[in-house]
Design a protein around this ligand. Structure first.
Ligand code: NAP
Length: 300
């Protein structure tokens, strides 16, 4: 089959490679043309310089996949593509979008007869070799039509149609929300080990836990790799943890549907705390404890 890939970053570039390796034709576009040119030169993708050229190069019914940063960049690309594509074409949005944006985009696409699929994509940079996990929402017939592409991208049995518009990105939000909690739990476990007074080899423990233990996981395999690469103390890794939205959407969703989600919510708040050089809340508490109890305040 053939597909237009919009965005050749860490994800889109590797996904294009996996599709090319599986024998599909990839019409590629990237903001920085040198990246597109390299993919064309080294892997026989078809390089284009504009979204118009992508659409003109593909055969109808066209399939175009966006793999761009969440927010305005995706919004503009999706909007431009909906205007350029023809009735019957399929637009797949594979980034980490808010599922409500995906529902809105699908409605906009529908008014032009364009099918919009929202695809939650997991697998990170390892997807190229291991295959991705794809959670797809939208029109089922469009999903079935694109199935050979999804199957080429996915790990064995790693793609599924999960429901109507927005369902794919909703599942990805829940997936990433759960990951917030998983990462926080491992992080805390390792910190308690490190503070124990025992001279634990954290890489060795990560590997040990992956030999038959209840908490064995791919995340622990990655922990072993991280300790091997960065050392037992991770001395050159700053504890500053970013987020790209899913934890916030997940917490909002929990509030809106009265679902108790303390672990995910706290994990999100812990990421916020990781970015502070100093906590004003802690300063207020220290000042208040001095006021009511005469407790000493540390200065400087
Ligand atoms: N990384 C992951 O593990 C992962 C996993 C699942 C889902 N995702 C999602 O996948 C999407 C892509 O992530 P990524 O990791 O591939 O990001 P990335 O490596 O930072 O790549 C971003 C891509 O977007 C392009 N881009 C950036 N700003 C742009 C702009 N203003 N206009 C047009 N193009 C622009 C970049 O082009 P240039 O080459 O010109 O900079 C590049 O092709 C995101 O929605 C992300 O949340 C990521």
């Amino acid at each position: 089959m053939e597909l237009g890939m919009i965005g050749l970053g860490k994800m889109g570039g590797r996904m294009a490679l996996r599709l090319l390796d599986a024998g599909h034709r990839v019409v590629a576009w990237n903001r920085t043309f040198a990246v597109t040119e390299k993919l064309a030169r080294e892997h026989h993708a078809i390089a284009t310089r504009s979204l118009e050229e992508v659409v003109a190069t593909l055969t109808a019914p066209r399939i175009v996949w966006t793999m761009l940063p969440v927010g305005d960049v995706t919004e503009k690309a999706v909007s431009d593509l909906i205007a350029l594509l023809a009735p019957g074409d399929i637009l797949i949005e594979g980034g980490n979008a808010d599922y409500r944006d995906s529902i809105r985009r699908a409605q906009k696409a529908f008014t032009r007869g364009v099918h919009f699929l929202d695809c939650g994509t997991s697998g990170g940079i390892w997807g190229l070799t291991q295959g991705y996990c794809l959670m797809v929402g939208g029109d089922k017939r469009a999903y079935d039509y694109c199935a050979p592409l999804f199957e080429s991208l996915a790990a064995p049995d790693g793609c599924a149609y999960v429901g109507t518009s927005g369902a794919g990105h909703f599942v990805k939000m829940a997936h990433n929300g759960a990951l917030y909690g998983v990462l926080e739990a491992y992080g805390e476990g390792f910190e308690i080990l490190k503070a124990s007074g025992y001279a634990y080899d954290l890489r060795a423990l990560s590997e040990l836990w992956n030999r038959g233990s209840v908490v064995r996981s791919w995340v622990l395999e990655l922990a072993a790799r991280a300790f091997a690469a960065e050392g037992n103390d991770l001395q050159n890794v700053r504890g500053y943890v970013d987020d790209t939205g899913e934890g916030r959407w997940m917490t909002q969703q929990a509030l809106e549907t009265n679902v108790p989600a303390p672990v995910i919510t706290l994990a999100l708040m812990t990421r916020f705390a990781s970015r502070q050089d100093k906590s004003f809340a802690a300063q207020v508490i220290a000042a208040l404890r001095q006021q009511f109890g005469g407790h000493a305040v540390r200065r400087g």
